[in-house]
Design a protein. Structure first.
Length: 337
């Protein structure tokens, strides 16, 4: 891929500045198509291909908790029986889903120490370090990928991190210049779409996501699509599309259910989704479920207006995650009446 000399110098400069940092692990797993299971695996025996398929499928709407218990039971046992870096990497992914970020980072560090070219581990570690607000360490992980992966992957990882440190506009423009629209991976589309949304360009967000199948997209990407659509006041599209992603509405993730409730409130057609979300919030609060803290904060900011509770949950979320979106969520509770 041909890129300008200025951009290449920029990337090499970043690499030089952060070259003293220790190499680490992953950020977001490979953006490959989901591997279909040929048959149902045995309850306590999985090949690596089957584990990949299960983890990929568990990103879809209505599927995020389907196999969580089974995977946890299996992987907790396996990591005591083998030092296979892939098995430990899968366990780190499971911990990521439970917001056990520090534990996941520690495991990924061990994986990389044993297998320095484990690119998935490096990418995931970079992502988790970014979530924890350790941006210089995250960037170092991205740059350690030189010689292991292509320029698009390194650029997407690096510029995603840089966008969290006050260089959002510059990072967005640089990534648009480096990658080609025709060959762009789903992960790069996701990062560009998120940058566009944070910049206040919901139309560009929707454009980047327009060719993606929401039924086989990660929940986080579906949520981003819904937020961009609502920013364009396309609430009816959100209602009809999200509800059709799964036949089992009881399995809808909190973040998806929240967007349905938000769109429904504006459309004033009924209170079906708002009532479902209200019951879900009661359940989460009884359990003091900090995993869904950002959803609870948004619920009290946008649906059941209660700034005291919104601030409480936004602060709980901030203890776990330090991304720009988490900072803005906390700021909203400080300015809301």
């Amino acid at each position: 891929m041909a890129i300008s000399g200025a951009i290449m110098k920029y990337l090499l400069y970043i690499a030089f500045v952060f070259s003293t940092y220790t190499h680490a692990d992953p950020y977001i797993p490979n953006d490959k198509d989901v591997i279909a299971l040929s048959s149902k695996p045995k309850e306590t025996e999985f090949t690596k291909e089957q584990l990949t398929a299960l983890f990929n499928k568990s990103q879809f709407v209505g599927q995020t908790e389907t196999n969580q218990g089974m995977l946890k039971s299996y992987l907790e046992k396996q990591i005591t029986l083998t030092e296979d870096p892939d098995i430990h990497y899968f366990y780190a992914r499971l911990l990521q889903r439970e917001h056990e970020f520090e534990a996941a980072i520690n495991i990924l560090s061990e994986v990389i120490s044993r297998k320095p070219d484990h690119t998935n581990a490096i990418l995931l570690k970079a992502n988790l370090l970014m979530v924890k607000g350790r941006f210089e360490q995250a960037l170092a992980q991205c740059l350690s990928l030189f010689g292991l992966v292509g320029l698009e992957t390194i650029s997407t990882c690096s510029l995603d991190v840089k966008s969290q440190t006050g260089e959002l506009e510059q990072s967005y423009q640089a990534l648009q210049t480096i990658v080609k629209e025709s060959s762009m991976t789903r992960n790069t589309r996701h990062v560009l779409a998120e940058m566009a949304y944070r910049l206040g360009y919901p139309e560009q967000t929707i454009t980047y996501l327009s060719n993606l199948d929401l039924k086989t997209a990660p929940v986080s990407l579906v949520v981003l699509w819904a937020d961009a659509q609502m920013a364009k006041k396309n609430h009816q599209i959100v209602l009809s599309t999200l509800a059709s992603l799964t036949a089992e509405n009881t399995n809808l993730e909190d973040a998806i259910l929240l967007r349905l409730a938000q769109a429904e409130k504006i459309e004033k057609q009924s209170d079906k989704w708002q009532e479902k979300m209200r019951k879900r919030v009661i359940l989460r609060e009884r359990r003091q479920d900090t995993y869904h803290a950002s959803d609870l904060a948004l619920y009290y900011l946008t649906l059941d207006k209660n700034n005291v509770k919104a601030k409480y949950w936004a602060e709980m979320n901030w203890q776990q995650a330090k991304l720009d979106s988490d900072k803005k969520l906390l700021a909203l509770t400080n300015t809301s009446n």
